[in-house]
Every structure is written in C-alpha cells, then in structure tokens.
Ligand binder design. Sequence first.
Ligand code: SF4
Length: 487
Amino acid sequence: MISTNPLAPLDDDKFHEECGVFGIFGSEDAAAMAALGLHALQHRGQESAGIVAYDGKHFNAHRDLGHVGDIFSSEEVMARLAGRAAIGHNRYSTTGETALRNVQPLFADLSLGGFALAHNGNLTNARHLRRQLVNQGAIFQSTSDTEAILHLIATSEAGSLIDRIIAALRQVEGAYSLVAMSSNCIFAVRDPMGVRPLVLGRLGNAYVVTSETCALDIIGAEFVRDIEAGELVVLDESGVHSLRPFPPAPRRPCIFEYIYFARPDSMMEGISIYETRKRIGAVLSEESGIDADVVIPVPDSGVPGAIGYSERSGIPFELGIIRNHYVGRTFIEPGQQIRNLGVKLKHNANRRYIEGKRVILVDDSIVRGTTSVKIVEMVRAAGATEVHMRIAAPPTTHSCFYGIDTPERSELLASSMDVEAMARHIGVDSLAFISIDGLYRAMGEPGRDAALPKFCDACFTGDYPIRLTDFEGHNEPAQLSLLAERA
Ligand code: SF4
C-alpha cells in the first residue's frame, strides 16, 4: 500500500543508513577522537550513540539516546572515558526499538576478558542464529542482530580471541563492518563482499578505523586505505596486521552509499562521493534531457546531482527550494495545525526563481513518494509553468536487508507503479530516473555487468548478493523484526 500520510516526516521518505562506526588505538585522547568521529558520522545514525574506552585496567562505557554532540558534551562523561583505545557507534532506527539496551557498542565479559563490539550492517541469518543460541541456553539482552555475534564469540570453542571472532563470523551471513575492542587491541572486519564501507586512517602513532573518510578529516587523521572486502585488521601496540580469514567472494559494495548515504566530502574505494553525484546528474541529463528554464535541487541530497545536470545541459542551476535545517523530528508530530503546514516546516519555495518558469527538479531517489508529492505541489503553488522531475537513482523497487532502514517493498512507490503512473501520482509533467547502466557509467564502469555486477544494487534490481536466510519461505522478503520473533 502506498502511504499518503501527510504527517510523514520528510526525512522518513528516504532510505536511512543505520549506523556509523569508529575505533582508535594508541591516542591519549581516544574517546574524544571517537566522539568527534561519531559527530562527523552523525548522518549515518541520529537516534543514539555510544563509546567504550579502555584505560589499561577497565572498560568504561557511555551510551545514550540522542545526538552525538549532546551525549558527549559533558566533561564528566569524557573524563570517565579515559584511555588510549576507544570504539564508538551511532545508530538510526525508526522501528521503535531505540531502547537503550540496543545502543552500541555492546559489551560483554568473556572468558578471555572484556570485549566491546560495534556493528554497521545487518545479518540476514540473525533470527536463525538467535533461535539456535536461545535453544542452547543463551539469554539475549537486546533485540539487535549484533548480539548474536557476541554470543557466537562467547561460546566459541576456539582458543584465542581472534580465532573465536573468525569462527563466529564464518557462521554469520549478511553485511557487516565491525569494530571491536579487547584489552590489548582493536579489530576491524568487513564482510566478504564489502557491502558496508570501512576505512583505515592514521593519526600520528595512532590508527583509526571508521565508516567514512569524513570521520578521519575531522580529527586530522590521514587516510591510509579502504579495509578490503573480507579483511580482518588488528590494531595493537605493534601496528596494523591484516588477515584474510574468509573464502574470496566477489566485491559488492553498496551503490546507494554513492547516491545518498555517504557524506559528499567522503571518498569510498578511491571514488569521490561528490564527484560521483555530479556525474550521475550529468548522465541523467544525457539520458532524459528536456527543455526547461531552471534546474532546482531538492535539498540537500539533490544538490550535487542538480549541479551535474545543470552543467551538462547548460540550463541554469538555482536554489529554488530552501531547506530549514533546524526542524527536529519531534516538531513534525501530530497536531492539526502543524499537519496543515505540511512540507513548509522543512522546505520553502524560493519563489522568485520558480514563478513563470519551466522547472526541472532533481532529487536523489524516490522511496514512498510522499515528499515528492508535497514538493511538486509547493513548486506549482510558487508559479512554475511546468514541473519535470529527474531522479539520480533508478526506481527503488526492492527493500534493503543489508543495514539500511527501508520500508517494506509494498510501500515503495516503484514496486507497484511504472514511471508514467508515478509521474501522475507525484503530479509532474514528466518524470525520469537514471538507468541502471547510466548509474554504473557515472561510477566509471562501462555499464552493469549482469553476470558480475561490481556493486550491490539489489534495491534497484532485486539481485541480492547475500543469501536472505531469515526470509526464505516467505513469498516476498519483508523487513522482519527480531521482536516479532520474540513475541
Ligand atoms: Fe545498498 Fe540497496 Fe544493496 Fe541495500 S540493497 S546494500 S541500499 S544497494
């Protein structure tokens, strides 16, 4: 069913990255660096954050709901997080499962000592593993899939901690970039297909692992390299050690990171996110150019694509829609008067650049379409004579099961409508999406090689590169809650 809820907060009409991770070993200000890193990764998770630090004797943790800047603003909190090693995590969740018990990093006293774990991604056999573990007597404290990894490590019969981690990860399926910490090292692991990002950096004698390079920039760390798909890196007093514990698999990093999730000032796999988004806009213009007076981005995520579209088409770029960055989610809560204000809480038309003009609106993606309907209404009300929408992603027809918060497939506009029907639903004079081959061309590839795609693009193609064990037997994969299993 397509949601037309006028109350839906605008940011909820997007796919959402679920987590950012950060780890640093060998810095006197490890927790402060972690807090700064998490601040740079705030776009990857806005609902909770946590840091665990090791001071040479004890592990100390602070986790809370809210934004990084608020959670780690007190001197008292930071003083408790002393030590030369720390890992951190921030998390996004719309499921109501934002309870403090799910806030990472998770921590457990294992037989080999204290162990903290932070996870970006999603396991696709978590329910299966959880059932097995519960049958063996495990008692879960959270509803997060990450806890299954912790139990697998805790109950492993392997001798060393690293062997236990490897043995545990050989049992999990799904997408994961993990950062973990013991009393003498930090571990960083990327799943065998490298779906979620993870990079290595250096700050003086300290080493850093984190989701995106923007978290290195904020602390003045230099980028060393991407952690490879299937690589396990250990940071300890003697430096960086790399292991390849998994059978080789084709790399399939998430293509949506380049379209929307990652910060535009980050680099991934040697590719500039900002440059890529501009190239996507340029290819979009080549594929579906139309005569118009002005190219206007849906801010903020549509801006680089609109710049690329404008540059390639020669049609002027204008900020014809202004976004208010200071509207919190709670403000967009029920209350009839606020409901009626609708979209203007967050976006307003810059009328002078719209009135009497044929407008091309550029957005990064269409999920449910609720935002697009409102934006188009607003642009028409501001006097546009024509409204054409161009989308810097192919139609999102499938849900993500690899760590991105997405609606169920039935709620995705493109799962039940063709482009013409979507254009009528949104109320535009024309609508076009970049083609999947065009997207790959913007990524520097000749096109999508159907036999061996270079990226995970399942939300556009339904070609899921990692088995969806928990969803097998369902006619159509749906996002299933771990809680549903428990109920
Ligand atoms: Fe990324 Fe889409 Fe693959 Fe999820 S399904 S990992 S959002 S490309």
